[in-house]
Write a protein that binds this ligand. Structure first.
Ligand code: ZN
Length: 433
């Protein structure tokens, strides 16, 4: 048989450090075990802490038995902060011991963990999810006291209490629900509060990809609230989408992320404008979606399926070209020659636009340059002409016609040298999306 090493890891590091920290701080088994979490594999901090205390009791037994100097006093001091089984050894030698509660958790940790599991399971009831992640709020009293002990012990073998609670609660919830932990895009985040001993269940948003067609005018994309607190337009796209998706997902709200926006008085035709609807705090995640819905013929919605969070940015930053139809009123009348001239001067032209006066309240002024890719027109009679045009994303089409008092150049008004008004505007298609 080989001799055991003279300074074994156990006697040299773990036991000496454990004794040092226990002389200063009363610690429960789990909080002690957590300080030495890097020693040993496949065991809980609870059994780790219990093992250390057991070894300490075994180490002290012969010292007290032999009557070594100071051993009795040291045992008494240690037993007060460590509890079982050092308390039993002390009693055996007739030393009265008053046990002190754990400095870090106040002996609460063994109750906190199962209680948090119970509360989480209750709050997850009625919520559909197929993956979850557990998080622990930072800055709890337990965490701060743990820091204090760590600083005193000056060790790097410890594990954070947040990490342990997260793991233990996560394991228990996985057993209860059969649902795996998923860190990248979990369906549900279970947030634990150690101070309040409470649980928040946060269902993560669901994203639905869709398109909207506006068959009528005076429909805004967002609810437009006037200063008097009333809806400026009786219909809006967001509320229409909300009305369809809320009863399917049982969410708190629906946020619409659309690929741009047309004016309320413009129709949105063709295949419609793409959007991603974000449903916050949904209780259902995968209901059957209707292919078509809405408020016919004013608003027609189509749903194409579920999307991801990353699709929101993609849709919002996409810059598709758009096809428009404009009915324009030209003061003083309009001729076929006028229309020809507008076509020739604008086709392929980069238009310079200062932020339109009508949106200056909302956006700050800057100069944008957008190209008119193609434009064709015809006289409808007298003062009225119809134009079809394809322009780069972001070009203000109304201003392209009336010129915005010279802030858009060139414009149909500046080309003809006459006042021009837009009577009707339709987005015929959002291209390339
Ligand atoms: Zn403790």
């Amino acid at each position: 048989m080989r001799d055991s090493p003279k300074t074994s890891v156990f006697s040299g590091e773990v036991l000496a450090n454990a004794e040092r920290v226990l002389r200063r701080f009363p610690l429960c088994d789990r909080c002690l075990g957590r300080l030495f979490a890097r020693y040993g594999y496949a065991m809980s901090n609870l059994s780790r802490g219990r093992a250390i205390k057991t070894a300490l009791a075994m180490a002290y037994h012969p010292l007290v038995e032999r009557g070594e100097e100071g051993a009795r006093d040291a045992l008494a001091e240690l037993a007060r902060n460590a509890g079982y089984p050092l308390t039993e050894l002390a009693r055996y030698y007739g030393i009265g011991v008053e046990k002190r509660p754990c400095y870090i958790c106040g002996n609460r940790i063994e109750f906190i963990i199962p209680d948090l599991v119970k509360k989480a399971a209750e709050r997850l009831k009625g919520i559909e999810f197929s993956s979850l992640v557990v998080g622990v709020k930072q800055g709890s009293l337990i965490e701060m006291r743990e820091r204090e002990v760590i600083e005193y012990l000056n060790t790097d073998s410890w594990e954070e209490v947040r990490r342990e609670v997260r793991r233990e609660v996560g394991k228990a919830l996985q057993r209860l629900t059969g649902v795996p932990a998923e860190f990248r895009e979990p369906d549900v985040v279970v947030l634990l509060d150690l101070d309040k001993q409470d649980v928040e269940v946060l269902p993560q948003p669901v994203y639905v990809r869709g398109r909207y067609v506006k068959g009528g005018r005076m429909i805004s994309q967002l609810p437009w609230i006037t200063r008097e607190g009333l809806l400026k337009y009786s219909r809006n796209i967001t509320d229409a989408v909300r009305k369809v998706l809320m009863p399917l997902f049982y969410g708190d709200d629906v946020v619409l992320h659309a690929a741009g926006r047309e004016d309320a008085d413009a129709r949105m035709l063709g295949w419609g404008r793409p959007f991603i609807a974000e449903i916050t705090s949904p209780r259902r995640r995968r209901p059957a979606l209707p292919e078509r819905a809405g408020e016919y013929p004013w608003i027609v919605l189509s749903f194409e399926g579920l999307a991801r969070h990353s699709d929101v940015t993609r849709v919002k930053t996409s810059r598709p070209m758009k096809a428009y139809r404009v009915i324009a009123l030209v003061h003083g009348g309009v001729s076929e020659e006028d229309v020809k001239e507008v076509e020739e001067r604008l086709k392929g032209t980069v238009v310079k636009q200062l932020t339109p006066k009508r949106v200056l309240r909302r956006k700050k002024e800057y100069l944008r340059e957008r190209r008119v890719v193609n434009i064709r027109g015809r006289v409808l009679g007298g003062y009225v002409a119809e134009f079809f045009l394809v322009v780069e994303s972001g070009l203000y089409v109304k201003e392209l016609f009336h010129g915005d008092e010279g802030r858009t150049e060139p414009s149909v008004a500046s080309i003809l040298g006459r006042e021009v008004e837009v009577l009707f505007l339709d987005v015929l298609e959002v291209l390339g999306e």
